[in-house]
Design a protein around this ligand. Structure first.
Ligand SMILES: Cc1cc2nc3c(=O)[nH]c(=O)nc-3n(C[C@H](O)[C@H](O)[C@H](O)COP(=O)(O)OP(=O)(O)OC[C@H]3O[C@@H](n4cnc5c(N)ncnc54)[C@H](O)[C@@H]3O)c2cc1C
Length: 429
């Protein structure tokens, strides 16, 4: 890789959904002087499609959440991607898990009661963890905790009520048949991305900002930082002068852990139609959620989160597969074992450029998102899913935050230029 030694108006750190959104906006505004500095050798960050068996699998983001309000839905359609609008059966996944339909209705009622309790608690002056709303000894407490690990990447005791209720879920969820990662690759096609250019230091002491990367130094007038909150909190990227308020904000917004295991399935699972969801156990928080034959493809997608996922990641794909196969055998009988072969898996916590899956706020830290998003000195801007006020933890939230940061960076450079023009005019008179 060639050494970087460039001067640019705008440098964007990270080519995930936020960085792609920011760079697209800057280029669309006619700014040719943009560089995107990416640590990996690919774009997309936590959105990544692979195809080990010939059909696409999303290791990270997969769903266009709040799809009817998600700006990426129409962009994907315009770019020729096929949108799969079949609603996911997340609310009816208990019936394939050995639970009677009446029990499933009870589970749904419990979830609705929890949603009401969350809204009431969020209106109280002092924030608290979601776990404080559980009914002691409640029948579904373990499953509520498991569900939190899928939605938040963390158990209920870790998650702020106030932050949780700020997330805007329209209830509409769509998918792209070709994969969400392929979509972001297409969106990034003509962007000026420099790969394997991890940024280790951002020096904003002088008039130009100096970025030290693994491939040399770049100077920029304006910088948009989009890396995960985990990387900022761990100070894997250093600011000079230091920005303790950013480190503190990011530390209150850790990344939870969610991983996927993809299993090749020969034939059908008895009594389970293509696209159906099921849960391995309704009485243990250490369990997986399964989608059987998504898009009618010969596979099962397994999803798991929280401390359980962190532990399985450390043990590796073999341990993930043996756990999943064990749950499926318990539900469908031992013959099923012969139908299953591991295909691929993710390990987002161990990924050095992600260090987790998506952000949640610790109790008392719901306002950290605004603190992390705030610009420094009107020339250092922050984006990324953790900075989104209402669509955090998602790819579209990250993308929108990139657009917002780019608008602010453009306006700031315009202001500075018009200041220079008027100073020059004053000097000429
Ligand atoms: C298993 C899983 C399932 C998910 N499911 C969904 C879903 O269905 N729908 C949804 O909307 N969202 C989902 N998400 C969340 C979504 O993927 C993220 O919220 C979103 O992609 C984050 O985008 P970002 O740009 O903020 O960060 P990232 O995607 O993390 O982008 C940041 C970029 O910065 C780079 N970087 C890091 N450090 C440096 C450095 N020092 N120098 C230069 N570059 C650096 C990284 O390599 C990365 O490319 C899921 C995530 C996971 C892990």
């Amino acid at each position: 890789m060639a050494e970087l030694r460039s001067e640019t108006n705008f440098a964007v750190v990270g080519a995930g959904a936020a960085g792609i959104g920011a760079a697209r906006r800057l280029l669309d505004a006619g700014s040719l002087s943009v560089v995107v500095l990416e640590a990996r050798n690919r774009v997309g960050g936590r959105v990544h499609t692979i195809a080990p068996a010939g059909f696409p699998l999303d290791r990270g983001a997969e769903w266009l959440h709040s799809a009817d309000r998600n700006p990426l839905s129409s962009i994907a359609e315009r770019l020729g991607f096929s949108i799969h609008r079949r609603p996911p059966e997340w609310t009816s996944r208990l019936r394939h898990s050995g639970v009677a339909v009446e029990a499933e209705a009870d589970w749904r009622a419990t979830r609705e009661a929890q949603a009401r309790a969350r809204r009431a608690a969020a209106a109280e002056p002092v924030d608290r963890p979601l776990s404080s709303l559980l009914v002691p000894g409640g029948r579904w407490n373990e499953l509520l905790d498991a569900t939190s690990t899928w939605g938040n990447g963390a158990e209920l005791d870790r998650v702020s009520v106030k932050d949780y209720v700020r997330y805007e879920d329209s209830g509409t969820n769509w998918r792209l048949r070709e994969g969400y990662g392929r979509f972001f690759e297409t969106l990034a096609k003509d962007l000026p991305v420099e790969f394997e250019a991890a940024v280790s230091r951002v020096d904003h002491t002088g008039r130009s900002i100096r970025l030290e990367t693994a491939r040399g130094t770049v100077t920029a007038s304006r910088v948009i930082v989009t890396m995960p909150s985990s990387i900022i909190a761990a100070q894997r990227l250093r600011f000079e002068p230091t920005l303790p308020e950013k480190v503190e904000a990011a530390a209150g917004l850790p990344l939870g852990v969610d991983d996927k295991l993809f299993i090749s399935l020969s034939g059908q699972l008895p009594g389970v139609e293509g696209g159906a969801y099921l849960i391995g156990s309704t009485t243990s928080r250490q369990t997986m959620s399964y989608q059987v034959r998504p898009f009618d493809r010969p596979a099962i997608h397994c999803f798991f989160g929280g401390r359980f996922a962190a532990a399985l990641e450390r043990e590796g794909e073999g341990a993930m597969f043996s756990f999943a196969a064990g749950e499926l055998v318990r539900l469908f009988g031992s013959d099923v074992r012969r139908q299953l072969t591991p295909l691929a898996s993710s390990a987002w916590l161990a990924d050095p450029w992600a260090r987790g899956s998506y952000s949640y706020a610790l109790p008392g830290h719901a306002d950290n998102r605004a603190a992390l998003a705030a610009a420094v000195d009107d020339r250092l801007f922050f984006a990324g899913e953790a900075t989104s006020p209402n669509f955090f933890s998602t790819a579209h939230g990250a993308y929108i935050s990139g657009l917002t940061a780019a608008e602010a960076a453009l306006a700031s450079l315009r202001r500075w230029k018009s200041g220079v023009d008027s100073r020059e005019a004053a000097a000429a008179n």
